[in-house]
Ligand binder design. Structure first.
Ligand code: RNT
Ligand code: ZN
Length: 417
């Protein structure tokens, strides 16, 4: 039987790792405590539920037209539950403001409040899912290319009001779940072409943030996310990495690292040990850039592995929030959710199974060859037997078995939309 085979393989792996003084039972416990914050926007290509919703804007794009995307709140919730049933462990859900339960009412972004998220909070409680939150600056008539940094005071005030209200909503979520809600602030502000007002825009953004963060909201935590460029905003980004890193360091805010937001040869993993010297915590947006911030589904590639390994090596497991951020509309969206989430977990599994203390000791003794050799050996260690065991213990299909379940759900549900 398959489960028996998995247990047998695990027992062999356990012994193999014990030779390196790695306790796989301890790693399984740590994996159980490793919570992803699943991004709700993979299920519907970042559309959301605003009655007045327009096209996706703000320099981001979901490409592909695979059938079956969630069209309303019930479909989205069911899809997320289906995905969660195929991902071992307990995970959070990361909501954008545009995913409120607006009940057919036109609610503008500066009018939103916690009442529109009441049903989400109940859903979270019923489904053992804690919520995180995001303000939404894109896909709105007032989005333009500048929001919180707009010299037009009316527009800037509108977005300040929106973001303040989002912090209140996040705080209400945190209270309802008895655990702080992590709220991410990303705005797309930038310029398509040459501009001579860089200092002015950044000063305005700085002032807006100061106002937004003025009021303490004890049951939520703020994180701020920069990037290099957006589509149609290629020449200048107001909220660049330097801007937000400096802001976060000065104001003790959480910095968000979106792995798709750096120059292609820059390593997001290398930011971890640098910025954690100065900011309290990190939020991740685990994604996969293909040539640019294309938000492809997360896979076990070197940059993702390196990112999780750096977190573990820094002893920073509990200083990081593990959000995902990809939106691929060209393949089965639930399959995309599950594949990406499991890839992130597998990277974490490998990171946790590294005999870091021993390798560190060798490094301090100047034994460079031994360090290199051990790191190479780790790549071929039976980490997957540990991940399979984790799946089985959580009652979730191990290996490729989840593919058939996604296909069944497509056959029964999503293909009929
Ligand atoms: C955009 C940012 C941002 C969005 C989500 C939808 O480049 O990564 O995090 O992807 O808020
Ligand atoms: Zn992001």
């Amino acid at each position: 039987m398959k489960e028996e085979r998995i247990h047998k393989a695990y027992e062999i792996a356990r012994e193999r790792y014990a030779e390196l003084n790695v306790d796989t039972e301890e790693v399984l416990k740590q994996l159980q405590d490793f919570h992803l914050s699943m991004h709700c926007w993979q299920a519907d290509d970042v559309a959301g539920f605003e009655v007045q919703a327009g096209a996706l804007s703000g320099g981001i794009q979901s490409t592909g037209n695979y059938p079956g995307k969630a069209r309303n709140i019930d479909e989205l919730r069911n899809d997320i539950l289906k995905a969660k049933s195929l991902i071992p462990g307990t995970h959070r859900l990361n909501l954008h403001e545009i995913y409120g339960d607006f009940q057919g009412k036109v609610v503008d972004r500066d009018e939103v409040d916690a009442s529109y998220f009441q049903s989400w909070m109940e859903w979270g409680k019923e489904n053992n899912t804690k919520l995180d939150f995001n303000s939404s600056s894109f896909s709105h008539p007032k989005s333009g290319s500048l929001t919180l940094s707009n010299p037009d005071e009316g527009i800037r005030r509108f977005w300040i009001e929106h973001t303040r209200r989002c912090r209140e909503i996040a705080n209400a979520m945190g209270e309802a779940q008895g655990d702080p809600c992590i709220m991410n602030l990303w705005v797309h502000d930038g310029c398509k072409d040459q501009s001579v007002n860089h200092y002015r825009y950044r000063q305005l953004l700085c002032n807006s943030l100061d106002e937004i963060f003025e009021k303490p909201q004890p049951m939520m935590k703020d994180c701020i996310e920069g990037k290099v460029f957006g589509i149609g905003l290629e020449s200048f980004t107001v909220g660049s990495h330097d801007f937000y890193t400096a802001y976060a360091a000065r104001h003790n805010k959480i910095l968000t690292i979106d792995t798709g937001h750096y120059h292609p040869t820059e390593s997001p993993a290398d930011k971890v040990s640098a910025v954690l010297q100065f900011v309290p915590e990190l939020m991740l947006h685990v994604s996969r850039p293909v040539r640019w911030d294309s938000d492809h589904v997360t896979i076990m590639d070197d940059p993702t592995q390196e990112l999780f390994s750096e977190i573990v090596r820094a002893g920073a497991l509990n200083r990081v929030h593990y959000g995902l951020d990809y939106f691929d509309g060209s393949i089965n969206r639930i399959g995309a959710y599950v594949t990406g989430s499991r890839a992130a977990q597998k990277c974490m599994t490998r990171a946790l199974l590294e005999p870091t203390a021993a390798i560190s000791q060798l490094e301090l003794e100047g034994k460079g060859f031994q360090v290199l050799a051990l790191l190479e050996e780790c790549k071929a260690m039976p980490w997957n037997a540990v991940y399979d065991e984790f799946c089985v213990r959580n009652g979730v299909p191990a290996g490729q078995d989840f593919i058939a379940e996604v296909e069944q759900y497509e056959h029964d549900i999503t293909s009929k939309r």
